[in-house]
Design a protein around this ligand. Structure first.
Ligand SMILES: [Zn+2]
Length: 375
């Protein structure tokens, strides 16, 4: 059973971003590997705190976690899971700030003194676009996409790079007036992987990689917007070497325009056209919503420009628990041509008091309605 992220950081569910950061900083210092050398439990706590912070410090991820718990980040969802020490330091270094005197993490990652450091390189990211309909955005959807990834070829073997002895870095020691200085540069032989190709099948490239098509399943949460990017860990390109980590798959959301519904944040708008006869006599109409068609009733004498609000028939918000509304704009269609009989009818109505505009206070003007909608 995985521990609750809020519990790990010792904060309440309503903690502010600042409180989350402070709580994480406290835990990170408490369990920091420099303070707890060789202590496995401290290392696990340190990683757990970093994982909790990764999620809770990101408004989108936090909202998902609040809604779905740990499930939100399993099976090809967002980031989460399986962080290593290098990731933690590279992502959250700023949180530690000066707590460790300028970021000297001798025990891990950037430390060179300990020896036996193994290089870890990450493969490059892949980008794809996923087209979603408003209906899919409303409910959230699992999409299976075909991705052409570079993966290590079957039968490929790597051996330790002799230039850097597997560290992926070349250390240079120079004598300066301040004493001996140690600087590190990426190994030019292995490109930082710590390993070089030993044997490869003929179809593989110089790094021992081949392109393979893979079907990746992506869970897309409800409420996403055009242009948003989701990250699926480990589904980008592989990198060479035994200890390498695959890159990320970046999924860009593209919203397909709906035939009748227009999106505005979480609200949806629909222009509904009715005839003069329908407006006068009242009618019922079938309209599109993102959860299927519904029939709405229009009272007799409905005015053009009226806006009907269907509560909760909009889109869910990705950041909060709310759901938007569907706003139906009534447009009375005036015929452009009339036959003789129709013309005679309307001519007669020109002098009919019943056809004279007589707006009541409740028949707000268009501008007042728009003002109401946004207040
Ligand atoms: Zn090397």
């Amino acid at each position: 059973m995985k521990k609750d992220f809020y519990e790990i950081l010792g904060i309440s569910k309503s903690a502010t971003a600042d409180e989350i950061k402070k709580a994480y900083r406290k835990k990170a210092i408490e369990f920091h590997p420099d303070k707890n050398p060789g202590n496995k439990e401290a290392e696990e706590n340190f990683k757990a705190a970093a994982e909790a912070y990764e999620v809770l410090s990101d408004a989108n991820k936090r909202a998902q976690y609040d809604q779905f718990g740990h499930q939100a980040f399993q099976g090809g969802g967002f980031g989460g899971g399986g962080m290593n020490m290098d990731d933690i330091f590279s992502q959250f270094g700023d949180v530690f700030g000066s707590a460790f005197g300028g970021g000297g993490f001798s025990g891990f990652g950037g430390g060179f003194g300990g020896g036996g450091r193994e290089a870890r390189v990450k493969g490059s990211s892949l980008r794809i676009r996923v087209k979603l309909t408003l209906e899919e955005i409303a409910n959230g959807v699992e999409k299976k996409v075909k991705v052409k990834r570079k993966v290590q070829a079957k039968g490929v073997t790597y051996k330790t790079c002799s230039t850097c002895n597997g560290s992926g870095q070349i250390l240079k020691i120079t004598n300066t007036i301040l004493g001996r200085m140690q600087t590190a540069a990426t190994c030019h032989t292995c490109g930082g992987a710590g390993q070089i190709l030993d044997q490869k099948p003929s179809n593989a490239d110089a790094q021992g990689l081949v392109v393979e098509e893979e079907t990746v399943s992506i869970k897309i949460p409800a409420g996403v917007q055009d242009g948003m990017q989701l990250k699926v860990s480990n589904k980008g390109n592989d990198a060479p070497g035994k200890n390498s980590i695959p890159g990320d798959l970046i999924v860009a959301i593209e919203e397909v325009e709906h035939e009748t519904l227009k999106r505005e944040g979480e609200n949806l708008h629909l222009d509904l056209y009715i005839s003069i006869a329908e407006a006068t006599l009242g009618t019922s109409k079938e309209i599109d919503t993102v959860t299927g068609k519904v029939r709405i009733k229009l009272e007799e004498g409905i005015q053009s420009g009226k806006i009907l609000r269907l509560k909760g028939k909009g889109l869910p918000s990705i950041n909060s628990y709310g759901t938007g509304d569907l706003l139906i704009h009534i447009n009375v269609w005036t015929p452009k041509t009339l036959n003789r009989e129709q013309r005679q009818f309307f001519e007669k109505m020109l002098t009919d008091d019943n056809f004279k505009p007589n707006p009541e206070k409740s028949d707000k003007s268009f501008f007042e309605k728009v003002k109401d909608m946004f207040s």
